[in-house]
Design a protein around this ligand. Sequence first.
Ligand code: HDE
Length: 694
Amino acid sequence: MTQPKATPVESRGGETHQTAGGDIPVLTTQQGVPVSDDQNTLRAGPRGPALLEDFHFREKIFHFDHERIPERVVHARGYGAHGYFESNGALEKVSRAAVFKKGEKTPTFVRFSTVAGNKGSADLARDVRGFATKFYTKEGNWDLVGNNIPVFFIQDPMKFPDMVHAFKDEPDRGFPQAATAHDNAWDFISLTPESMHMVMWVYSDRAIPRSFRFMEGFGVHTFRLVSAEGKSTFVKFHWKPKLGLQSVVWNEAVKINGADPDFHRRDLWSAIEKGEFPEWELGVQLFDDAFADKFAFDVLDPTKIVPEEDVPVQVVGRLVLDRNVDNFFAETEQVAFCTQNVVPGIDFTNDPLLQGRNFSYLDTQLKRLGGPNFTHIPINAPKCPVMNFQQDGHMAMRNPKGRVNYEPNSWDGKSPREEPGPRESPAAGYTSFPAPVEGPKVRQRSETFSDHYSQARQFYVSQTAIEQRHIQNALVFELSKVSRVDIRARMVSHLLNIDAGLADAVAKGLRLKEAPKPMPAAKPTRQDLKPSDKLSIVKNPPKSFTGRTVGALVTDGVDADVLAGLRKALKAEGATLKLVAPEVGGVKDSAGAWHDADEKLEGGPSVLFDAVAILPSKDGVTALAHLPAARDFIADAVAHRKFVGYSAGATALFEKAGVARDEGFVPLNKAGDCDTFVAACRKLRFWDRAAAER
Ligand code: HDE
């Protein structure tokens, strides 16, 4: 465990007035005036009216009234952590960026987020997750503002406000919160065929990750890397989680949102507090103009991927998150990512969405952080020298001395000057890659952006049967919340262009009275692309239970050896054991030893764990089986295809809960059985039980 943090008073202190007693700082106003009474306002007599001259009260309330800043217009709910990026040097020849030099360790700050919900919404909303990384490099800040899904809904930034309006709560009624299961969202989607590929991803398990630690990240757009010699290479960025990918199932997500709306932020925070630092590999797909020209899709189209089978992902470094924030507002809330923040050796392409983003992020920070000096806030300030002649403005914190505030000047010759190069010199300033540009001014979508169904199909057919069923169920769930039948039918028309089986399952799930016709497509000849195994989560299991948690339901008399064995086996795996008991105080084991519980049963449902162990004693199970929360605990674990370890005493609870044992159940009668149980848990889910699911 890390050391407890400094108390707020200490960390807010610095030099302080001391109390008469000596070592406690005196409370002061913002002006530093010592306060004698912080409990009572100044008034004319004990029962009289408040006095306007109470400057302490007025200042305190004034400051409180202004505590909130506008939440982000999208990605409002997020959670951040500090860490570092360590380069393995594989990109040294491809990019001149210092961040990619072999062995270079660059401090980073990452913020994960959901997109649609407000700041107080629940973590397990079905949504894209933001994965934004700020690299404080020696040559300035580089922001890689990505998502956990490699494509996007739209191809042109002009449509972003419409898309966001349609997805968020409806303007007349102000709901639903953090959900696309409503008419406006599906009206927009079904009128926007370019979103179909993204629809496959968002209604797959990718949009309900088990935790931030178990999800991939993507830069989405094609970027450029530029070498010291000025050679450009196209690049797509990937973050690959060291712990592998894992998602929850929808019924679990719904229940987690009730049981622990902070499930994802708590998970990240606790992992870092425990010293289990989450880690990702940074991977790149590199390709040149020749590949871009022959590739079946336009590499500038953000609704398309480049399959890993076509261009393999090469690992170029690792990201480790090893420090929680000290102050959520100062760091996570005030961090300002801007896609325009690039460093020498990293450049943009003409992806229209990326070009639009480059305007939006800078603009939105002005509103959110209140002025042009948001780069002075410590979380946004580069960790390399910053020297220019920009000055003044709201909250200016960097205020240089002296007379010179312009360039060129003829004063002391020590004020900053630009450094044009040569490019290969490490000191050379940022130069844009001189990509030739010509053409008429038009508002026109390129023909090469017009195939909206082929990659959507490729994603769908690359999934396992269980993952396909989850997509079908998600679409049926969402469209069942849409009141207009014509919108439901319009969506099925699109699905007919993706996969007949998918369209059929959704049409049946909705019970459409009439079978819709396929949507006329801009490019009617959908290509049947080769399936890509990398697109499936289930086909790429982590083969380890590291970083996961078992919830053990225990009563008095729990077998002391089994409990010790389970703790040991999980520790060896790098996993955690949490005890769930009828009372939070804890239980006494069969040897008479006391174990504090981590959760009271009602507050620790099985949805919060990756696998469960049901370990009541034979005496303890009778009372346990009477508790609805105990029956839900096991029934949900089974419905969510979790592995179940169990004591002999547990069978009475299974009977009461109407649960039948299968091969996903592992008996835990002695300490030695625990290794078998943990080995089973490495598969994460007993998917074979899925046969029972519709
Ligand atoms: Fe964003 N996006 N976005 N976005 N985005 C914002 O900037 C925008 C897009 C992403 O944790 C905003 O600081 C436009 C794609 C993340 O602070 C805003 C378009 C991708 C975050 C904005 C897009 C993203 C944002 C709101 C279409 C994945 C959270 C607050 C042209 C590659 C960053 C803010 C954080 C945040 C605009 C599309 C990722 C309004 C106009 C594609 C992870 O500027």
